[in-house]
Every structure is written in C-alpha cells, then in structure tokens.
Design a protein around this ligand. Structure first.
Ligand code: TYC
Length: 114
C-alpha cells in the first residue's frame, strides 16, 4: 500500500490545492468605419449605401450623411478589425463601381479601461 492514500490528483503532497491559472482572455480591439465627405458623390448614393451596408434606417442614414457633409467625416459603425476592414473595402469597391470618389477608412477606437 502507498503512503499517499489521501492524496488526490489535484493536491500536492503538502495538501495544498493546485489552483488553475485563469485563462488570459483579451477583448478584441474595435475599429470605427469612417466615411469621408467629398464634393461629388450624390447625397442619395451615400444614404442608400449606409442603409445597404450598415443596416441603418433611412432616417439615421440621412442624419449621418448630413453630418458627414457638414463635419467632413463621420462614423458609420464600430466593429472588430476584420469586419471593419471588410466593410470599408466593400464600400470603396461599391463606390468605384459606381464612379463616385467616396472614400471609407477605418480608425482604431480608444481602448477603454477594463
Ligand atoms: N458632399 C456631398 C454632396 O454635397 C454629399 C456627401 C455626403 C458626400 C457624405 C460624401 O461621405 C459623404 N453631394
């Protein structure tokens, strides 16, 4: 017979419990998808694009389009990096396909404290 009869797998021989390390999980970084103003893209095209690719209602799409028109740029949505990059790429391709100079970029969101 062994001397260790009261020692289970998860105990050291000293009887101290082995604590598992907490998994180090990081929240994914978030990115803003930003639309830039220009003098040529029709307002209606921008509103339709915001409805189509960002799931905005006509009312919210119009509000955001007008704020981009007056402020120079504006945020259409906030996503993880891969989704933000994909959205910006799709918007830029769609604008090129329709011969409009509209540009879409992504910007990192400032990290908030945990
Ligand atoms: N400034 C454009 C115009 O007067 C409209 C516009 C709005 C263009 C937003 C781009 O991201 C944009 N026709």
């Amino acid at each position: 017979m062994s001397d260790k009869k009261n020692t289970t797998d998860w105990q050291h021989e000293s009887n101290s419990v082995v604590e598992e390390e907490r998994p180090k999980l990081k929240k994914p970084s978030l990115y803003k998808v930003v639309l830039l103003n220009d003098d040529y893209t029709p307002m209606e095209f921008v509103v339709e694009l915001l409805e189509l690719f960002f799931g905005l209602t006509r009312e919210n799409a119009t509000r955001i389009m007008l704020s981009i028109h007056t402020e120079g740029k504006g945020v259409c949505g906030i996503y993880t990096q891969d989704v933000a990059e994909t959205k910006a790429g799709i918007v830029n391709q769609y604008s090129r396909d329709h011969q409009h100079p509209l540009l879409c970029e992504i910007e990192p969101c400032n990290d908030e404290e945990e």
